[in-house]
Ligand binder design. Structure first.
Ligand SMILES: [Zn+2]
Length: 262
């Protein structure tokens, strides 16, 4: 059976029958059963994102560490592929409509992009050293991702040589350079402390309404921790947790941006 790799907590929400749409940037003509693979990676931000929406819909998620990852967790049936839906789980661009979902006993396997045929191996083989000569294929858990420690991240911001209100980040989606100053101007909050949670995480366009058809404002409605993993940087804190962040702008970009907003 085909499998589809989905990040947690969304995979759990699907196999337990709550989430009836799986969003993708691509459409499918496939209709029929599909194994649901829970991807290995899950950031705290992704978990909290899912938890917030689940809570809003009256669903209680298992704890962060209780969500099974890196294997098959259940199955569902794809009954349609839509570009519009009233489901609270629909975000687009395309929604795979799901029915008859059910969880199963966890079976460890590597996930891949798109539909894939899972290599389901006996559990004991995982304990032995991997001497298999098979060609490595790109796994969905290992995107080309830049990582920085928190200190490196802070140093990159300090190197911009601007006050903290003007620390500049680049949205990975629309590439707009933006700062706390822009978020404050867009009405996201009154001061640095109030907008800090969005800084380098949610595009300023979310607050200016930039994704409306008028397209007269900079930015887009992107926020990290959603379903589409296009971010380019993860900041790794001492506890080993990866936090997706917009990449800091270069010192030249940051200083030019500050000058332009003065
Ligand atoms: Zn953006």
């Amino acid at each position: 059976m085909k499998a589809l790799s989905i990040r947690q907590p969304w995979a759990w929400l699907i196999v337990n029958g709550y989430k009836d749409i799986e969003n993708r940037s691509w459409a499918t003509r496939y209709r029929g059963p599909v194994l649901i693979h829970a991807a290995k990676g899950m950031t705290r931000a992704e978990y909290e994102d899912g938890q917030e929406l689940a809570r809003h819909l009256g669903i209680t998620l298992p704890a962060f560490n209780e969500l099974e990852r890196g294997g098959i967790v259940g199955q569902a049936e794809i009954t349609d592929c839509v570009s519009d839906s009233s489901s609270p789980w629909f975000f687009g661009k395309f929604g795979f409509v799901l029915a008859n979902a059910s969880p199963c006993a966890f079976q460890s396997c590597v996930g891949r992009l798109g539909f894939f045929k899972p290599d389901l191996e006996p559990q004991r083989e995982e304990l032995a050293p991997n001497t298999s000569p098979s060609t490595p294929r790109p796994a969905i858990e290992a995107p080309a991702m830049k990582t920085m420690t928190l200190d490196e991240f802070r140093d990159a911001l300090k190197a911009q040589g601007v006050p903290r209100d003007h620390f500049a980040f680049r949205c990975p989606r629309c590439k707009t350079i933006q700062s706390a100053n822009d978020l404050i101007a867009a009405g996201a909050g009154e001061d640095f402390e109030a907008v800090e949670r969005y800084l380098g995480f949610s595009c300023v366009g979310r607050f200016t309404g930039a994704d409306d058809p008028s397209k007269t404002k900079p930015g887009c409605n992107w926020t990290l921790g959603g379903l589409f993993q296009i971010h380019e940087l993860e900041v790794v804190t001492e506890d080993g947790i990866h936090h997706p962040r917009f990449s800091p702008a270069t010192p030249d970009e940051a200083q030019a941006h500050q000058a332009a907003s003065a």
